[in-house]
Design a protein around this ligand. Structure first.
Ligand code: FAD
Length: 280
């Protein structure tokens, strides 16, 4: 964990870039309908003629529930409201990471499993459980004599809002027991073998990953013609680009890596600094 982020940091710094930690962008500064810079939570203002937002369109443009976006409401392009009618956020997850005794799991056990009782409920709250045991493929991930079991089940933010601290912790315990009971159908005696446990809820993903509603990412809210209605990296605000899972081709790590590449290429073309020239 963290290796990819560290590699990216090294790359950015090697090319003369700087990273501000603990200084979220609170506003994208506009002048004469063009993006001209950003304001950070530490009060600093940074000016540029190219601004890229990697936060979701919901967060960048404040498209839902009267949320405050990074752009003043009067300047939000109409096309962004259309986007938020076409796409909705997929649910989040409750996920658990367990450290368990190695002898619980035989060496030839499969790494990945899904537990489904009713296919019609696949996308519902707790409708499916995904289980992975990465230490079956790489034992160095856990201490000697231990395995890691990672499991998650769909869960929506609405299930977790408005709870007192006590209610929240009790609900976490209930989801934990539910997951352990279901996983015990493929790993009997799981509960007795647990040495370490971590439980994350949609609120955890929202807080620590900065994810809108803790969501996996945008999904179409109606039937669409494939991926193409997803916008590319430019926006209707001059000099403002978007990148990540609310751009083409959508959610998931492979998709957002492509989005980052496409955005860099687009900006490179604008600045005339792309090293790769297409043949004439
Ligand atoms: C629990 C969970 C499990 C997932 N599992 C998988 C998986 O197994 N495989 C897979 O392919 N995909 C998975 N996904 C989806 C995948 O993580 C996303 O599609 C992908 O991370 C989106 O990339 P992104 O760059 O658009 O956004 P993010 O990865 O969310 O990056 C955006 C970054 O911007 C930061 N940010 C937001 N607002 C501001 C601001 N105002 N100022 C400064 N920084 C800000 C955020 O903190 C965040 O670090 C999962 C998602 C979740 C939530």
């Amino acid at each position: 964990m963290g290796t990819i982020a560290n590699k990216l940091v090294n790359g950015i710094q090697k090319l003369g870039g700087k990273i501000r930690y603990k200084a979220n962008v609170t506003e994208i500064l506009l002048k004469e309908k063009k993006a001209v810079g950003v304001k950070l939570s530490n009060g600093e203002e940074i000016y540029s003629n190219t601004i890229v937002s990697n936060s979701t369109r919901w967060d960048t443009f404040g498209l839902k529930n009267n949320n405050k976006g990074l752009i003043p409401r009067v300047s939000v392009p109409q096309s962004e409201y259309k986007w938020s009618e076409t796409y909705k956020s997929s649910p989040s997850f409750v996920s658990i990471h367990l450290g368990v005794e190695k002898n619980l799991i035989r060496d030839n056990f499969n790494c990945h499993h899904i537990i489904v009782e009713n296919w019609d409920e696949l996308e519902s709250e707790k409708g499916v459980i995904f289980v992975s045991i990465p230490t079956l493929l790489d034992s160095s991930l856990a201490p000697e004599g231990k395995h890691i079991v990672h499991a998650f089940t769909p869960s929506s933010m609405s299930e977790w809002e408005g709870l007192s601290r006590k209610e929240y912790l009790e609900k976490k315990d209930k989801y934990f027991s539910f997951l352990v009971e279901k996983i015990s159908t493929i790993l009997p005696n799981l509960e007795q073998s647990i040495d370490h446990k971590e439980i994350g809820t949609p609120k955890t993903h929202k807080k620590f990953l900065g994810r809108y509603e803790g969501s996996y990412g945008p999904i179409p809210s109606k039937k669409l013609l494939g991926l193409l209605p997803m916008p590319f990296n430019t926006t209707k605000i001059k000099n403002l680009y978007c990148v990540g899972d609310s751009c083409f081709p959508g959610q998931g790590l492979n998709a957002v890596a492509f989005s980052g590449y496409a955005c860099a290429h687009k900006i490179g073309a604008k600045l005339n600094i792309n090293s790769l020239k297409l043949p004439e």
